[in-house]
Write a protein of this length. Sequence first.
Length: 446
Amino acid sequence: MVSRFFKLENRGTTPFREFQAGLTTFAAMAYILAVNPDILAHTGMDKGALVTVTAITAAVATTLMALFTNYPIAMAPGMGINAFFTFTICLARHEPWQEALGMVMINGVIFLSLSVSGVREKIIASIPLGLKIAVTCGVGLFIAFIGLKNGGVIVANDATFVGPWDHTSGPVALTLAGIMLIALLVARKVPGAIVLGILAITIAGLFTSNGAGGKVTDLSAGVFSMPASASPVFLKLSFGFLKSWPAFSKALPLIFTLLLVDMFDNIGTLIGVTKRAGLLDENGRLPKAGRALLADSIATIISALCGTSTVVSYIESASGVEAGGRTGLTAIWVAIFMLAALFLTPLILAIPPCATAPALVIVGIFMMQSVVEIDMSEFETAAPAVLTIFAIPLTFSIAQGIGIGLICSVLLRVGLGKARQVPFLGYAVAFMFFLSFFKIWPFSSP
């Protein structure tokens, strides 16, 4: 029954492969259970409640995506957006976290209206095929960069911006060993190569020094724990900024910025992951894009009600795709693991970054393979594509990368007398990015 519902045979997958893929995706994104509460707690929100809410919102939103679309896409509170929520809206703009949740809610309502009307689906269709492929490649570089950073292989450097760390340190050595191990397993076509690599490095960490008197993999916190109550943040959103024009005009730029970043980070993730999973049609369009965006919009509203920053599609879903995930059953397993993590948080969090970092690097390599599908012989296609590929990791933002590539694409076509090839929404979106980049109202305040 499950196989028929998720059409496993049609997608060339099996229940066990979907399980492996779900476990791989969860292992790659489990860090959010610790990182999201740590960031949002700076606003004064209860950290224990945030752990519970992070897991619950991720599970509910991921289940919605699975049932609406049958795609192997996992969702959770977005990195970057949670930092904007905390450090810009709450700390820099001095908005109470309850008001910030209200802004997330308004953002979700706008999202929902755009999704129901079909506008967001048309925005995806307005992005040229070459640029969509470039987004996949740029996201691949982005993921690999994050993996190398999480594993300590590269660190900040005042002289060269980034540079290598000590490769003889335990965590870094394990990261490099993990990359080579998973690469070898993948090359030999070993099933579940990424999961096996994560498990192997986690076990090796039990016997490897972390350089601070302990081991890389630490199980001292135990295995089980009871989840904390979500009541300190659940349904605590406030809409005081709607009571007067001065307050609303102050909140409007923040809402617009949330809208822009949320929309294009999600679009970039959907394009990147589904392209790699072979779910785009021959014209580069995403079937059921409307349903995916509807699930995303509802998830944004749920996140505001539950008490966390915006829930988004997770690019780490690509790791599950590379492990063989092709249907929503992969996402269902991720949701199950998220709920289980409420009781197994110490065990889940014992998986060290150096164990998941190699998986991200390998996934980045897989996604970069799509670059051969871009027609580099046509400069008007190559220029926006290459700029997008470079900009996504270098700006640390999928949305920024899409914006730079789209503006370049539009300007080149206009300059070459091909203005009619650009749909109206293409111009509209490029203009929105232009306003954002140069901080012109309504994007000026943040």
